[in-house]
Structures are given as structure tokens and as C-alpha cells.
Design a protein around this ligand. Structure first.
Ligand SMILES: NC(=O)c1ccc[n+]([C@@H]2O[C@H](COP(=O)([O-])OP(=O)(O)OC[C@H]3O[C@@H](n4cnc5c(N)ncnc54)[C@H](OP(=O)(O)O)[C@@H]3O)[C@@H](O)[C@H]2O)c1
Length: 288
């Protein structure tokens, strides 16, 4: 039985759809199981079992992991991420789970620290020390993050950042979910570390150009100093400071570490990754 943590999340919700399409049974966990039952619908409920679990409640994890052989783990970022994922890994090992697929993040150079990436590195070490077979997926920025730019695009025809004109990797979360389904169902490709990207890199000024063409009006990218972006995200975006710091750290990192696409999605899935152009076209209604 495959256990899914993060089933209501961006990657996990798509992974469940893939498993349903493949007819692969799984047990999906949530702190809000009723919401999850509604999310997966009648067809999903015929294949996916839903259970209640909270990573901060070890007893709920023990119950939910009973009979599990594999665990998919995509935990939303929080200052408790190391503590919660460490507990999940320990309880999974005790429960007899044999293989963990973890959503991590790119491993950055020491010269450009990104705190959340450091958390993932620590959790990856716990996985290595556990002795369990583990597959680590390290995706770059989700294309779906670009939907967060919609409010200022809609009201001011602009979006803000601190990446200058540095080109970055983006990946569609649906490709991450497809890779997760593959590594959960094909033993030959499990037990590795995979860095996941789309097939091209793009800068924010280039994305502004794409949006201008799609929306048929000029959309401008406004580059800010990192500290000014941080203040803007907290004061106008109402972000908790630790999330604002994360966004700024990631963008500052992109200006110093050159990003390059990998061919991992194509190697694992036998097809090209989804493109940014296709993503923006599909979600244009959400961006105006
Ligand atoms: N955004 C990016 O560009 C990016 C890039 C690289 C890596 N990542 C990594 O991707 C991961 C997030 O993936 P995602 O976006 O698919 O996730 P997400 O949408 O943020 O949601 C993840 C899930 O976390 C679950 N969760 C949160 N707290 C929990 C708890 N105490 N107990 C049990 N479940 C809990 C939620 O389940 P319920 O609410 O249903 O309980 C939810 O389904 C992060 O670790 C992030 O660092 C993100």
C-alpha cells in the first residue's frame, strides 16, 4: 500500500489523480479527511482510501502507516518542517515502510544560503541515516508559483521580484507528480536523487514579455533590492516574515548561481516536460 502525505497539496493532489488513472491503490492522509474525500470524488474513492493524520500527532501517523509499504512525502513549508518530517520518517521506519519518496528542493551552494533548502538537506540526511530505500525529488520553482503574481498584474500591470534578468528553471507540478507516480510504481528507477526542471530557463523580463503578448497589454517586471522586496511582501503581500525571507533568498540565489535545465523528466517519463508557454496559455484567465 502506498501512503500519501500531502494529498491535498499542489503535487500530491495531481499524484492521486495519476494513481487513480493507473488503478494503483493508495491511502491518502489529511488533517481534513472530509475535504480530501470531496477532492478525489467518487472514482477516486473507489481506489484511494482516505485517512485522518496530523504529522504533529505521532499516534495518528502510526495508525495511518499500518500496512504501508511505500510513503510519498510532500510537506508544506513551515518552521516545524524538520521536526515534523523527521518524526514521519522515524515512525515510517518503525511501521515497516520500505521506500520513501520525498519532495525536497535543489541543493544550493554554501555561498548562497536558502534556509528552506537547508531544512531539506537536513531531512535528506535523516532519510539516508534511516537505512530505508529513498527517492529524493528536487524540483526547481513551480510554474504554479507564477499564479501568485496575479494580483498586481490584474491591478497595476506589473509584478515585482529581485532576480534582475537572471534566467531560472521552472517546472510544472504535474510533471513532478508524474515523476512521483513513476518512481512509486517502477522499482528500476527508485532509490535515486532526481533534480527536476522544465526544458528551458526564463528570466522575469522574458516572462513579462510572454504575459504582455498573451494578455495583449504591456506587463512590466519591476526589479527591487532584496530588502525592499522583503518589506513589500510582508507589508503588501501580508506574508509571514519567514516566507518573505524564503522568497527573497531564492531570488537572490538565482542572481548568483547559474541555473541550467536537466533532462531528468524526459529520461524518466520518455517525453519532454510541459513548457512554460503552454502553462501560461492554459492559466491566462487566472493571470489577468
Ligand atoms: N513552490 C516551489 O516552487 C517549490 C520548489 C521546490 C520545492 N518545493 C517544496 O515542495 C514542498 C511542498 O509541496 P506542495 O506545494 O505540493 O505542498 P503544499 O501544496 O504546500 O501542501 C502540502 C501538504 O502538506 C500537508 N501538511 C501540512 N502540515 C501537515 C501536518 N501537520 N500533518 C500532515 N500533513 C500536513 C497538507 O495536508 P493537509 O492540509 O490536507 O493536512 C498539504 O496537503 C515543500 O516542502 C517545498 O519546500 C517547493
Amino acid at each position: 500500500m502506498i501512503i500519501i502525505i500531502g494529498a491535498t497539496g499542489t503535487i500530491g493532489s495531481t499524484l492521486l489523480e495519476r494513481l487513480v488513472d493507473l488503478g494503483v491503490p493508495a491511502r491518502a492522509l489529511s488533517r481534513e479527511p472530509e475535504k480530501l474525500r470531496d477532492q478525489i470524488g467518487e472514482k477516486g474513492r473507489s481506489i484511494i482510501e482516505v485517512a485522518s493524520a496530523d504529522a504533529s500527532d505521532p499516534e495518528s501517523l502510526r495508525r495511518a502507516f499500518t500496512g504501508g509499504s511505500q510513503l510519498f512525502l510532500a510537506m508544506s513549508n513551515s518552521p516545524r518542517q524538520i521536526e515534523l518530517e523527521t518524526s514521519i520518517i522515524q515512525i515510517a521506519a518503525e511501521a515497516g515502510i520500505k521506500h520513501i519518496v520525498k519532495i525536497s528542493s535543489p541543493a544550493f551552494e554554501k555561498s548562497s544560503p536558502v534556509a528552506v533548502a537547508g531544512w531539506h538537506q537536513q531531512i535528506e540526511k535523516t532519510l539516508r541515516d534511516s537505512g530505508l530505500t529513498h527517492t529524493v525529488l528536487r524540483p526547481y520553482a513551480f510554474m504554479q508559483n507564477l499564479l501568485n503574481l496575479a494580483p498586481t498584474i490584474a491591478t497595476q500591470d506589473v509584478f515585482f521580484g529581485a532576480m534582475g534578468d537572471s534566467p531560472c528553471n521552472f517546472i510544472d507540478c504535474r510533471d513532478i507528480a508524474d515523476v512521483a507516480a513513476e518512481v512509486l510504481t517502477n522499482r528500476e528507477v527508485s532509490g535515486q536523487i532526481y533534480t527536476l526542471t522544465g526544458s528551458e530557463i526564463f528570466s522575469y523580463p522574458q516572462i513579462a514579455g510572454k504575459l504582455s503578448a498573451l494578455l495583449d497589454r504591456p506587463i512590466r517586471y519591476i526589479n527591487m533590492e532584496p530588502q525592499a522586496l522583503n518589506r513589500n511582501l510582508i507589508e503588501h503581500g501580508h506574508m509571514p516574515p519567514w516566507i518573505a525571507n524564503h522568497v527573497v533568498e531564492i531570488q537572490a540565489m538565482a542572481t548568483v548561481v547559474l541555473e541550467r535545465p536537466t533532462d531528468t523528466v524526459k529520461r524518466l517519463l520518455g517525453r519532454e516536460p510541459r513548457t512554460l508557454d503552454a502553462f501560461l496559455k492554459e492559466y491566462v484567465e487566472n493571470l489577468q
